[in-house]
Structures are given as C-alpha cells and as structure tokens.
Design a protein around this ligand. Sequence first.
Ligand SMILES: Nc1ncnc2c1ncn2[C@@H]1O[C@H](COP(=O)(O)OP(=O)(O)OP(=O)(O)O)[C@@H](O)[C@H]1O
Ligand SMILES: [Mg+2]
Length: 373
Amino acid sequence: MKSDKRSNTIFAVGGGKGGVGKSIFSVALGTLLADAGHSVILADLDLGAANIHACLGILKKTATIADFIQKKAASLEDILIDTSRSNLKLISGADFMPGMANPAYWMKLKIMRHIRSLPADIVILDLGAGVHFNTLDFFGVADRGIVVTSPEPGAVMNAYGFIKGALFRKLQSIFRKHSEINSLVESESIKSEGENRLTLEQFAEEVKRIDPELYPLINEVEQSFNPALVVNRVPAGQSHILVKNLIALCTDKLGIKMEHIGNLPDMREISDYLLNITGFIDAKAGKLYRSSVKSIINRLNVPVTKERPGTKPDTEFSDEDVERIIKVMEQFDDSIFSGTNREAWKLRMYFNPSDVVDFLISRGISHKTLGTE
Ligand SMILES: Nc1ncnc2c1ncn2[C@@H]1O[C@H](COP(=O)(O)OP(=O)(O)OP(=O)(O)O)[C@@H](O)[C@H]1O
Ligand SMILES: [Mg+2]
C-alpha cells in the first residue's frame, strides 16, 4: 500500500508518426515492469483512437476515460480495469466521439492531477500520433518521455518534429505571461531548420539577460528535458545512421540531451498476437522483443518508489473546488502578473494552477479556509 507521501513515476510514450509501434511497446513495457514486481497502470491517452484494451484482449465494453471526462466517474481510480496480468491495470481510452480528442485545458490538468495520485508505482501514458497540444502537454508533464520511432526517414523527421514541439510547448507554457520572453519563444519556434535557431543553452543566456530572476526556470528545463529514444523494427545488429543524425540534430539545433536507450527488433510474428501482446511477451516467438524491452528497462533506471514530500494524493479539495480555483487563476488579467504586483506575477511564472492547488493542499489549506464552499 502506498504511503501518503509516495507518488508514482510517470513515463509517457510518444513519437509523432502514426503506426511506429508506440502502443505495442507501451504494453510490453508495462507487462515486464509488472512482472518485475512494480504495480503498473497503463493509461491509454490516445484520445479518440484508443487501442491498448485491444492489445490486451479486452474486447468487452468497459469503463473508459470518456466516463471521467464526461464526469460519469468521479476519479480515474474508479475506471481502472484489471488485466490478465497481476500488477498491471488499465485506464482504457475513449472511442471517437466529438470533443473527446480535445478536452478543455482545466480538464487536462484534472486528468494529470488524477494520474499523479493513481495508486501505482509506475504509470505509462500511451500517446497518440501527431503533435497536437494535448499530446505534447501529456508528454511534457511525464517524469520521463520516451520517443519511439522506426528507422525510416519520414518517421525520424516526425520524431524530431515531436521533440521540438514538446520542448517549445514546455517553454511556451512556462513563459506565456512574459511578453518579451514569450515573443522570443514564438519567433524561435517558427524558424525553419535551415535558419539559425538558439539552442536551449543560448536561449537560457537570453532569459538570464532579460530577467536574471527567471534563470532557475530555464535551468530546470535544461536539466529535466532529456527524452529517451527507442528505435523500433531495427534489423538485428544494425545501428541506423538516421538515428545518429536525429540525436545530432537534437544536440546541435535544440541543444537538448537525448539518450538512445535501445532498439526493438522487427518481428513479423507480432501480427499473430495483436489482440494478446502479453501472450506475445510470454511466447517463444516474443523472446527477442522481450529481452530488448528488458534491456530498455535497465537503461530507464526505474525507481522502486519515489518520495515527493509535501504532495498528498488525498485532498480536502473536491474536483469542483480545484476546477473553480484553476478557472479563477486562468482569468487573472495579465496586469496582475507585471509591474507593481511582481510577486503575484512570479507566482504565476513558477507554478501552474494545478501546482498551486497541490501546494495549498500540502499546507493543509482546505476549501473551507478559502471560502470556496
Ligand atoms: N517490432 C515490431 N515488429 C513488427 N511489427 C511491428 C512491431 N511493432 C509494431 N508493429 C506493427 O505496427 C503496427 C502498429 O503498432 P502500434 O499500434 O503499436 O503503433 P502506434 O505507434 O501505437 O500507432 P498509432 O500512432 O496509430 O497509435 C502493429 O499493428 C504491428 O503490426
Ligand atoms: Mg498507438
């Protein structure tokens, strides 16, 4: 049983291009982490094109994240589904329905808050294809993002676009209230690859020059934005030149560290197991894939537990309270963040609304104290 102070480790699996093997890898990763004794929850966040349930052979109608988004379920914990594997649970994704693929901003924050307090050691977010803001946001909040690509030129370029998109989305969300830095982020983000773009280090120097007080923020991005790269369907013993180019591009053009944590073999046998990926992992046919995922797990340095002092999953705030607070914070006029009210502005720069809510909760401030009842 988790203690109050324990919070889970979140991995997000994304990659830009569709059909490169993200979902199958997510299921294999979850299965082998569960086998190793971790309690694992797989969350299908491919909103509108869910398929993890199918990979696990769960074909009957179950609760899905749509029930949570439509407020039929009060918490994500209520929609957890058991799988055939012990230690492995699923949050099933939603079938396509209008609006589902694009939830409101506060709903995204609500989903993330609930994900952070799920009762598991590890939560794996399987993301959809493309560079939609939702996908980039979910990727950005994970403790570690894993980019999956195949070694084809199109997929590798998509992976680069995805990493670039996730980095700029992160910078935009941090600096969106600071007009000078925000316009710098905007102008850098629309530059083509041929143009000279500031690397993260150079951007940090610019931030330092514009406002030295904000340097810790950009420094944190420099330290924490280090996606892991997994290359799928690689012929045995081959290390592909395009992958080296991708890593070099990330270092030279973006200035970020990306760690290549392993390859997965191309296995046509997978097609016999598309409705039973856990069975594939157990089968003789899946041996090579299984050992590759295991060595990727070793490179991920998965912590058994993680302490986050001050963060308590059980909250005196109801989701409605949180929703209200977030909406109030979002309504703040820009003037409140600048000029005379510098401290309030800094508060907004350093904390996003859900962090503020978590902070209030950690200080034992209840909704009664805030008069929100
Ligand atoms: N290692 C592999 N060897 C052979 N085929 C594979 C491998 N990994 C994935 N595939 C094939 O690619 C297909 C797509 O895989 P998967 O659904 O995991 O991709 P995805 O990236 O999640 O796609 P989407 O972007 O649509 O969510 C699978 O149905 C399978 O046929
Ligand atoms: Mg998928």
